[in-house]
Design a protein around this ligand. Structure first.
Ligand SMILES: [Zn+2]
Ligand SMILES: [Zn+2]
Length: 358
């Protein structure tokens, strides 16, 4: 026979208590009420011990926002007393700045007892402020300037779009962990784009990516902007990324041969040699790199129609704009390029070069 529970007289199961009395004596979680939720009026970030926690969601009105904010708050304010508890949050009542919620918790207060449900009523009081990031942003704070230029030309639209996309993606990716991950200002003029960035670290990482992706030149300098509270000199960095004169599809001369730029990136510059009819890749450290000379923009290529293709005879191509006919050794053309097909070519110093197929 089991001894009776010393609180209610029912048969005892654990530590001299019945299951109900044991559960009551051993709550699954500990949480205080009322709780104060201080959030940023602008971005919804929640103040937690040691800083502001940004929300990983973008919500437009506060009805969508509060469940995420309460989650963040409870992450810090709710202490599970046993492992493996399941918690659901239900809204009970919401006035302007006061929210009543019910926490429904399911778990086992003791290994030998079945799971049970426990309810906790919690009141959340909202208060509002400005988080560090929004404060710095609205104050125009920036640590670094990233300047994008191109050598002897304007940036192309594709380059501008691509660079703005990279800056945006990298800033967003760092946003949750770096309170200075924001762009204070973007300005474009005929020379290129300037980004003012809240974080020097972010600026350097973006510059690394752009430098590799565009095989660009990089220069950086520091400017003295004043002194901090301790009297130490404060500097602001400017990183200049200068893209090459040539871009994708443009024509360059490498070791005296005309080539078309096919790809550029971390692994180097891939060109198609229009004389040798083969691809090769070089990187900025190779000796060949220094021989690169800009020849022509990709817009200089010409479109041709194959007008005559007969075995054993030169191929005839007609310029689609001037209708001039150019003759070409038949072995230069792929076997499956027949009469009527479109091909592209480039004329350099009056010499015709067939371009690789796209
Ligand atoms: Zn009992
Ligand atoms: Zn904020």
């Amino acid at each position: 026979m089991k001894p009776p529970c010393y609180q209610c007289g029912e048969p005892a199961v654990v530590d001299g208590l019945c299951a109900d009395c044991y559960d009551k004596e051993h709550p699954l979680i500990e949480v205080k009420t009322p709780l104060t939720l201080l959030s940023c009026r602008k971005c919804g970030a929640v103040k937690i011990p040691g800083g502001w926690k940004k929300l990983s969601v973008e919500a437009t009105d506060s009805d969508d926002l509060w469940p995420h904010q309460v989650d963040v708050l409870l992450d810090h304010e709710l202490k599970p007393l046993v492992s493996g508890v399941e918690i659901t949050i239900e809204e009970e009542k919401r006035l302007d700045r006061v929210l009543s919620i019910v926490l429904k918790v399911i778990g086992k207060s003791h290994d030998t007892l079945p799971p049970h449900e426990e309810q906790h009523n919690v009141e959340v009081r909202f208060s509002y402020g400005t988080c560090d990031t929004c404060g710095m942003m609205s104050g125009g704070y920036y640590e670094a300037t990233l300047q994008i230029r191109a050598d002897g030309r304007k940036l192309t639209e594709e380059e501008e779009d691509d660079i703005v996309r990279i800056v945006t993606e990298m800033t967003v990716a760092e946003y949750g962990t770096n309170e200075k991950a924001f762009v204070t200002k973007i300005s474009t003029d005929k020379y290129g784009i300037d980004f003012q960035l809240g974080s020097e670290h972010l600026c350097r990482s973006i510059a690394d990516v752009l430098e590799y992706q565009y095989l660009a030149q990089r220069k950086q300098n520091y400017k003295l902007v004043g002194q901090d509270k301790g009297g130490k000199d404060k500097f602001r960095i400017t990183i200049l990324i200068r893209l090459n004169r040539f871009g994708l599809g443009d024509f360059v001369r490498v070791l005296d041969n005309p080539c078309q730029v096919m790809a550029m990136g971390k692994s180097g510059l891939t060109c198609f040699d229009l004389v040798q009819k083969q691809r090769f890749t070089i990187n900025p450290k190779s000796s060949k790199w220094r021989t690169i000379e800009y020849l022509a923009s990709k817009d200089e290529r010409r479109k041709y129609m194959v007008t005559t293709r007969v075995y054993g005879q030169p191929v005839q191509l007609m310029d689609s704009e001037t209708f001039e006919i150019t003759e070409l050794d038949e072995f230069l053309l792929d076997n499956d390029t027949d009469t009527g097909a479109t091909v592209y070519g480039l004329i350099i110093d009056e010499e015709f070069f067939l371009l690789p197929r796209e």
